[in-house]
Design a protein. Structure first.
Length: 577
């Protein structure tokens, strides 16, 4: 919905775009050198329709941007989740390549502004404008969403719309500018255009700005710490797919293993594996609570080939498939592929040489069930085995999510041949496509460990990952944090970065331990008042609704003290092996 602007409003918008200019924009936001050019007076919402964002105010090449829609959205919601009235802006950032799509973005400008801004990252292959009116990942149920707190929020689609080709969500990558936008360039373009529009609406820029994202969005948040370290004061990073190209290669190895004869495990078989892992590893934290908290110990001791469930072997007799009451040797082999690292036969341009395995012994890859479990299944191993040609999975069913993601990447990013067979493509030994993959890694793997400029800017980072993530390995996040710590030193790293792991939490959601906590307030306290995170607590919304656990900083995990309510965080302490 848009508001039709009168001619004098359009003239007013044009006047602002030419009066502020690039230098004045920086001065008005306070995020650049003061050059003495003042911003125009604040504009009402309707006056922003048709406003042009000069290309000079966007640090990367574009042909500028224009506001395509401006409308006041009335207050909505109730209780803690009330969102006051706000001005909703839609804008397009014009590409340089006329064959590329514009970057579509949305900016939400609350009537009661708290003076701050928050950018929301996307997910998967992006292609939609992330909902910046929603809460952050694993947000609290008893606190407002960022927009409800008074933040000016914004997000973009990364430069393509999945609705243009919903069955081929990565087809955009055939265009070089669209591919670079998805890799990281659209992030900077969207941020710069949004800051211009925020300044236009309020007559001044934000005093603080943060970014939040999960999965691909978590990777996007880390891009700012690495590439544009002064753009944000803090980042909330959930289950980041930071080594994206490397993860794609791991997806390929896993997909090929699952496509082997009789190797794909049904949801019922995945239920058996999770139950056996919990039976063997649940008490390693001192409490029988249905959550594996000491995951590293479980990884060392659990073996599906010798494990038992309720006294019966998990492995089918003789290793041959005997239905949904056991796992065959082929299925155990597929899970072992998931559990073990993918090792490249060469070093990528990004510096990566492999991708670690997943915590397969304790992850929920999708079990029989409805509601939240359907989403877990969609993000897990789906409801059918991968086979050529692989069709893109949907929420209603289909192949493993990683299989669809791998297939799209091979056909549109690597080979640029929509007819390529991804199951015949060896991710560890890609032959003539080795150099192409290496070049893609330089775009997609955002794994630089030099965060000194972000730290010097005063930036803070909260990284959170579930130990039971079935789609992005927490081991990869552990490895990245370890490398940052090694490069920058433990004391220096602790001054600006904290990494937390949540036992039982899967990718986005979980039916084992579905996490909820107030990361926004924790980041604000650290970035704005110097109060480092301490004694944080996370709440389960689904497994045992209302139970709590201490949010332990890596490499810590919550151990039961031996007394007290097993559903209360106060009965646990964070320990490290």
């Amino acid at each position: 919905m848009t508001i039709k602007a009168h001619h004098h409003l359009l003239r007013r918008g044009h006047q602002l775009s030419t009066t502020i200019g690039a230098a004045g924009f920086l001065a008005a936001t306070g995020w650049g050198p003061l050059v003495g050019t003042a911003a125009a007076a604040p504009l009402e919402c309707a006056a922003l329709k048709g406003l042009k964002v000069p290309a000079a105010t966007i640090a990367l090449p574009t042909r500028g941007a224009v506001v395509t829609g401006a409308a006041v959205v009335p207050a909505s919601g109730s209780g803690a989740k009330t969102i006051g009235a706000y001005c909703k802006l839609l804008a397009d950032i014009a590409p340089i390549d006329p064959n590329a799509r514009p970057i579509e973005m949305q900016v939400n400008l609350p009537a009661q502004w708290n003076g701050k801004a928050m950018m929301f990252g996307g997910g998967g292959y992006d292609g939609t404008i992330a909902d910046a009116t929603a809460d952050v990942p694993a947000g609290p149920t008893d606190r407002p969403n960022p927009l409800g707190r008074g933040y000016a929020t914004f997000s973009g689609d990364s430069g393509h719309q999945v609705s243009a080709n919903p069955t081929e969500p990565a087809a955009f990558a055939l265009n070089d500018e669209a591919r670079r936008n998805f890799a990281y360039e659209a992030l900077k373009k969207t941020r710069d255009a949004a800051l211009f529009l925020i300044t236009a609406r309020y007559g001044r820029g934000p005093t603080r700005a943060y970014m939040v994202g999960g999965s691909s969005g978590g990777r996007e948040a880390l891009a700012f710490a690495q590439k544009w370290p002064t753009d944000f004061d803090g980042l909330i990073v959930y289950y980041p797919a930071s080594a994206a190209a490397s993860l794609d290669l791991a997806f390929g190895r896993i997909t090929r293993a699952l496509a082997a004869p009789d190797a794909w495990p049904s949801p019922a078989k995945r239920q058996l594996l999770l139950a056996a892992a919990i039976e063997a590893c649940d008490r390693l934290d001192g409490a029988a609570d249905g959550v594996i908290s000491n995951q590293r110990a479980c990884n060392r001791r659990f073996d599906p080939a010798s494990a038992k469930l309720n006294g019966k072997p998990l492995r089918c007799p003789g290793g041959a498939d005997a239905g949904d009451t056991c796992l065959s040797d082929a299925q155990i082999g597929a899970f072992r592929t998931i559990n073990t690292p993918t090792v490249f036969g060469y070093r990528l341009a990004s510096g990566e040489t492999g991708y670690p395995g997943f915590n397969a012994w304790g992850a929920d890859f999708g079990r029989p069930g409805a509601g939240v479990e359907r989403l877990v299944t969609f993000l897990g191993l789906g409801v059918e085995a991968p086979s050529a040609p692989i069709r893109n999975p949907t929420f209603a069913g289909g192949v493993p999510y990683e299989a669809g993601f791998w297939d799209q990447w091979v056909r549109y990013f690597v080979t640029r041949d929509p007819k390529a067979n991804s199951l015949s493509f060896d991710p560890e030994h890609p032959g003539i496509f080795r150099d192409r993959i290496s070049r893609l890694s330089a775009e997609q793997d955002l794994t630089s460990t030099d965060l000194s400029a972000f730290q010097a800017h005063g930036g803070k980072i909260l990284i959170v990952h579930g130990t039971a993530d079935q789609l992005v390995s927490p081991r990869a996040t552990e490895a990245y944090v370890d490398r940052v710590t090694k490069r920058m030193g433990a004391k220096r790293t602790a001054g600006f970065l904290r990494y937390y792991e949540i036992p039982g939490y899967a990718h986005v959601v979980s039916t084992v331990f579905n996490a909820s906590w107030d990361s926004v307030s924790a980041l604000e306290a650290w970035a704005e008042r110097g109060q480092a995170p301490n004694d944080l607590v996370v709440t389960d919304l689904t497994g045992v609704p209302g139970r709590t656990r201490p949010l332990c900083e890596y490499p810590g995990w919550p151990r039961y003290t031996g007394t007290g309510d097993v559903n209360a965080a106060s009965s646990f302490v964070c320990v490290s092996e």
